[in-house]
Design a protein around this ligand. Structure first.
Ligand SMILES: *Cc1c(COP(=O)(O)O)cnc(C)c1O
Length: 409
């Protein structure tokens, strides 16, 4: 008898966005002539930058000629892209990386989910709450999170609440946690972390021999020059942190698929006997076994973002989305809603009026205003009483959604 991995049975029935999509589709089939605007899922709407499209065409042509055809590439990614990353994303911030510390992937979701394979099943994990669901679900699939209690909390997970009450600054735990997941700029709250606060986490990890898995998928949205883009801007982070980045939100690559992970050579974890093991060779071993590389086309497309034209085009698209964020913040505040984030991230995090539960707010807004948000409770217990709005719509959609919300309000 083949036995199933029963840890899967402890997961919430659906991925959050599948729940949202199901409700929206039910509403649409009952109201055929109503046009619903989604400020829900975090997918982008603006097309690829022309420099990226040009690189894709060129790469496709190369693939069609015997002399320039490419088959399997290096599992860690092509040198041209890894060098461009070091030179453009890190060197200007005073961060020196070796090319072997850069691992190209098919997007950050895969690696933020897969990275937990490097640590033993019985490590304790800590997460800011609310949080991007992938970190916890991937740990739960191998049983590391324990079981879910009546309040939707996993028994082996330490939660660091981030709410309006603590200004969305997670408190450093007063107990040991082996692995901490941080995501800044944050999805879903749209808030950021200062260098000073991030330094506290790095010091915590160094003092407690803990690891930090740092998801910086939204770093390109940072507007404030004092906010750190990389955890390696903090001294000591090379010893304790792995960083994830993605071109999905930076350059509209949600359908192209490309991102990267930085595993510094100094990052290590212990065996039960206390021997130090470097994680960089382990990650390479893991990738070479389970991953055959990101497509050549995607990597050439990503490289094009670092050309002068590419940089300018990508910057414009980000500015376009940030105008939506600004507009939402302004209008929601005028209407008297309490809203957060949106200044250095493409998400606006709203406190639901009169503290009504997130899913009820979602249902009412869908039914009465025909606008879709994401219920905060889907991101964790501390997300209850909040809703997330994305800035990834078009200006027209965002304007129209705000008008409808105003009328409904
Ligand atoms: C969108 C997103 C990602 C990136 O996903 P890809 O797989 O790169 O498309 C990673 N982390 C967070 C928090 C995200 O919101």
């Amino acid at each position: 008898m083949a036995l199933v991995n029963e840890h899967f049975l402890k997961l919430p029935g659906n991925y959050l966005f599948a729940d949202v999509a199901r409700k929206v589709s039910a509403f649409k089939s009952a109201h055929k002539n109503v046009n619903v605007i989604s400020l829900g899922t975090g997918d982008v709407t603006q097309p690829l930058a022309p420099a990226v499209v040009e690189a894709l065409h060129k790469a496709a042509d190369e693939m069609g000629r015997a002399e320039t055809f490419r088959g399997y590439g290096p599992e860690q990614g092509y040198q041209f892209l890894r060098e461009a990353i070091i030179k453009n994303d890190y060197l200007p911030r005073g961060i020196h990386l070796d090319i072997n510390e850069v691992f190209i992937n098919d997007g950050a979701k895969s690696d933020t989910g897969n990275i937990q394979e490097l640590i033993r099943w019985d490590n304790s994990i800590g997460v800011t709450d609310p949080i991007y669901p992938v970190y916890l679900d991937s740990n739960s699939m191998i049983g590391r999170s324990g079981v879910k209690d009546a309040h939707d909390r996993w028994s082996n997970v330490v939660y660091f609440p981030c709410t309006a009450e603590n200004n969305f600054v997670p408190e450093i735990p007063n107990r040991r946690v082996d692995v901490v997941y941080l995501c800044y700029p944050n999805n879903p709250t749209g808030t950021v972390i200062s260098k000073e606060e991030l330094r506290k986490w790095v010091n915590y990890a160094l003092h407690n021999d803990a690891l930090i898995f740092y998801d910086a998928a939204y770093e390109a949205y940072i507007q404030d020059p004092d906010i750190p883009h990389s955890i390696y801007e903090i001294r000591g982070a090379r010893k304790c942190a792995i960083e994830f980045r993605s071109y999905s939100k930076t350059a509209g690559f949600t359908g192209v698929r490309c991102g990267y992970t930085i595993v510094p050579e100094e990052v290590s974890a212990a065996t039960l006997e206390g021997k130090r093991i470097e994680l960089n060779p382990l990650w390479l071993r893991r990738q070479c076994t389970k991953f055959n590389g990101t497509s050549y086309l995607s990597q050439r497309a990503a490289e094009a973002i670092y050309t002068p034209e590419g940089k300018e085009q990508v910057r414009k698209t980000i500015a376009y989305y940030m105008q939506n964020a600004e507009l939402m913040l302004k209008r929601f505040r005028t209407l008297g809603y309490e809203v957060y984030g949106g200044a250095n991230a493409p998400y606006v995090w709203m406190k639901t009026p009169h503290g009504i539960p997130s899913w009820r707010f979602f249902d009412e807004m869908l039914n009465r205003a025909h606008v879709v948000c994401t219920p905060g409770a889907g991101f964790g217990p501390s997300g209850e009483g909040y809703a997330r709005f994305t800035a990834f719509g078009t200006h027209e959609q965002t304007e129209e959604a705000l008008k409808r919300i105003e009328r409904w309000f």
